[in-house]
Design a protein around this ligand. Structure first.
Ligand code: KG4
Ligand code: ZN
Length: 334
């Protein structure tokens, strides 16, 4: 049987990552240099700082990925790279490194959409079963994507304002928690109760779109009003109530889509899929409907290059190629 070996590079935000994956599902290596500690002191990702650290780390990560996999350049079939969406300066570091390596080693270059990478992280857990619905929830995205076969993506719902992870990060900040806020809220919520009635944006009847800015404002107003009245705020309860509201909407809309398109599988991907409440509720709801649910292990939920290699393998097999004019696309559509 023919073996496909792909090296992938991912630098769309604040992780510099390189990985080698075999046949789109066997991880031979997965090197990630996270910049979280660097950006934390600024309370969020600073684009220029991110670009600079990507430049520092990219060669180191590629070498690490190649060494760990124990492969040589002539073993590879192609180099995959995240083309977008993401921060332009950050994307350019990965795109240019991939172009240089593809040129130097005479390898095909395969462009990958970051979100499809998050979806394909699930393939490290199990084979995909179509049709499937994938909920992609990260710092920059909240999308319900219908897949009828490998490499086919139909966006059925998306956020009209903030991404789910962005709402987590902003609410965390207003509670005085460090960046990134999602894991902090998750931790805090474990000691709290969802007793505050924050809003849930369902939008029009049957809509698969999302909106989180109203919820975010409601939390900020609640904190502001409590402080003005001199009432003490139980941060644990605020975290638990906010998280409950987000999970509720994510789970109900995902189930609505699952039933509408009679899917054989539900996938959840992106940084917010690490959330324990989202995982619990999604698992219970999928079980009630007897629909198989897949959520990747935590380390594949956040940005990495193995997932880009997995999606890139499908693109490679479908004949997707980029030439040396490839550019980073901050707002790339799926
Ligand atoms: O996928 P990702 O690593 O990067 C993007 O492509 O955006 O997602 C990062 C986002 C951040 O907003 C972070 O706060 C959120 O994922 N996140 C979480 C949790 N872990 C990470 N949100 C809620 N609960 C978590 N446990
Ligand atoms: Zn991501």
């Amino acid at each position: 049987e023919e073996k496909t070996l792909i090296l992938a590079i991912e630098t769309s935000c604040d992780e510099t990552a390189a990985a080698v994956v075999e046949n789109g599902k066997i991880i031979r290596s997965n090197a990630v240099a996270s910049q979280i500690d660097i950006h934390r002191r600024f309370g969020g990702v600073v684009p220029e700082v991110a670009s600079r650290h990507h430049v520092d780390q990219i060669t180191v990560m590629v070498e690490e990925a190649m060494n760990e996999a124990g492969v040589s350049w002539s073993d590879l079939d192609a180099i995959a790279v995240t083309q977008g969406p993401g921060l332009i300066g950050a994307l350019l570091v990965g795109v240019n490194a991939a172009k240089a390596l593809a040129f130097a080693h005479g390898l095909p270059l395969v462009p990958v959409h970051h979100i499809t990478g998050h979806i394909y992280a699930n393939r490290f857990v199990t084979e995909l079963q179509f049709p499937l619905i994938a909920l992609v929830v990260s710092g920059g995205h909240t999308e319900l994507v219908l897949m009828r076969t490998h490499g086919s993506y139909e966006v059925m719902g998306t956020t009209r304002d903030d991404a789910a992870g962005e709402a987590f990060d902003k609410v965390a900040r207003s509670l005085g928690l460090p960046y990134p806020g999602g894991p902090e809220i998750d931790r805090l919520a474990k000691n709290g109760k969802a007793v505050i009635d924050f809003p849930r944006a369902w939008l029009e009847e049957g809509s698969l779109d999302f909106s989180f800015s109203g919820l975010k404002s409601a939390v900020l107003n609640y904190l502001h009003n409590s402080r003005q009245r001199g009432q003490s705020v139980k941060a644990e309860d605020v975290a638990a109530s906010f998280q409950e509201s987000v999970s509720d909407v994510l789970v109900k809309k995902t189930m609505m889509a699952a039933e509408r398109f009679q899917v054989h599988q539900i996938l959840v991907a992106g940084g917010v899929s690490a959330n324990s409440n989202v995982r619990q509720k999604m698992t219970a709801a999928a079980n009630r409907r007897s629909i198989p649910l897949v959520i990747p292990p935590l380390k594949y939920c956040t940005d990495n290059a193995a997932m880009i290699a997995a999606a890139g393998t499908i693109g490679y097999l479908k004949g997707m190629r980029a030439d040396l004019s490839l550019n980073g696309s901050p707002n790339l559509a799926i």
